[in-house]
Design a protein around this ligand. Structure first.
Ligand SMILES: NC(=O)c1ccc[n+]([C@@H]2O[C@H](COP(=O)([O-])OP(=O)(O)OC[C@H]3O[C@@H](n4cnc5c(N)ncnc54)[C@H](OP(=O)(O)O)[C@@H]3O)[C@@H](O)[C@H]2O)c1
Length: 321
């Protein structure tokens, strides 16, 4: 099969289309013939090897040579213990470990896949999984957003952010979206009540406080986030620098004890229950998977370059077949 492969961390230039062996599914795996795969922040990070957690599989060079986690396609082969899917089913979801999807075939687990609704295209289905599940957990399940809440989403124009803005509005919040200069009108079009350009303003220093901050790209000190929270407010670190992550791990419980403010890591396990829940909202038209561009497979490195240069508004999808 053809796959978009990389052997060292770097820019999109290190990605090459190569012939590799089709992976063999284990008993509890499904082999999917991929029709579409979308790009997430995790791919951006895995490509450049930053933050440090992106090198968990390989410190000096990538532990796994194929990135890509959010796929949609058809079941080619089901392992012996698979009960939910069979040959030919149209499925979509995440690949455990966040790799293997920039290819014509990939193996995935039954727990992270779901049947693709007929009303969604493969491209739309591939645009939902990781970002949609993070947003659902951050805004509805763990975030418990209520009408009137002040919610700030940092990194609001990216994969998870576009779902988070829509969900926070759906549940009645007043939403502030933070992203780069080129995405301000885009965030307003998603429903954000206020927008902040991160290249011009630091949201932790403008005197405003929020009930919930969902941070998809955290890099500040834990004390800045404490300052930006209302009493009893919650800050969720979803992704960002290792320094910030460790500060939150060590100082978050102390901040909670001394101020009542919750500053914590949001862990979002890959799972098909949340995937099905967010997809139902997409099928009913309540939430829209926003696709900025679709690239053909042979232009995959260009797709990663477009995302890496900060242009993408929502999702970028690669059509494999
Ligand atoms: N906690 C968990 O369990 C879990 C699970 C899966 C993934 N993750 C993590 O989730 C994170 C978010 O992923 P994603 O897919 O939404 O990322 P994404 O698609 O890359 O979106 C990030 C957005 O943030 C913007 N941005 C960049 N620098 C910024 C800054 N200083 N301030 C505000 N916004 C900034 C980006 O714009 P530009 O275009 O300007 O760069 C982009 O629009 C990743 O770090 C990923 O590893 C966490």
């Amino acid at each position: 099969m053809k796959a978009m492969v990389y052997h060292k961390y770097g820019s999109a230039d290190v990605l090459k289309l190569e012939e590799v062996a089709i992976p063999a599914p284990k008993d509890d795996e499904v082999l999917v013939k991929i029709h579409a795969v979308s790009i997430n922040g995790s791919d951006r990070e895995g490509l450049i090897g930053k933050p440090l957690y992106a090198r968990i599989g390989g410190l000096r060079k990538p532990g796994y040579p194929i990135l890509g986690s959010d796929i949609a396609g058809r079941v080619e082969k089901a392992g012996r213990n698979i009960t939910q899917f069979q040959f030919g089913d149209e499925v979509f979801g995440e690949i455990p470990g966040y790799h293997g999807g920039f290819a014509e075939y990939a193996c995935a687990s039954e727990q992270t896949l779901a049947l693709k609704p007929a009303s969604l295209t493969f491209e739309e289905a591939a645009a939902i999984p990781q970002g949609g599940v993070i947003a659902l957990q951050g805004i509805r399940e763990k975030g418990q957003v209520q009408p009137g809440h002040q919610v700030l989403i940092n990194g609001a124009g990216g994969s998870a952010g576009v779902f988070a803005v829509q969900l926070a509005k759906l549940y009645g919040a007043e939403v502030t979206g933070v992203d780069n200069t080129g995405k301000m009108d885009f965030l307003r079009s998603l429903g954000a009540d206020h927008v902040i350009d991160y290249t011009r303003q630091n949201f932790t220093k403008n005197g405003k406080q929020y009930d919930l901050i969902l941070d998809l790209i955290a890099h500040r000190s834990v004390f800045s986030y404490r300052r930006a929270l209302k009493p009893n407010g919650t800050y969720f670190f979803v992704g960002g620098s290792i320094g910030t992550l460790f500060q939150i791990l060590f100082l978050g419980p102390w901040i909670k004890r001394t101020t009542g403010k919750n500053v914590r890591i949001l862990m979002v396990p890959q799972n098909n229950k949340d995937l099905i829940a967010i997809t139902e909202l997409c099928v009913s038209g309540t939430v829209t998977p926003i696709i900025d561009r679709v690239y053909p497979f042979n232009k995959g490195p260009e797709a990663l370059r477009y995302v890496g240069e900060g242009h993408a508004k929502g999702k970028v999808v690669i059509r494999v077949e």
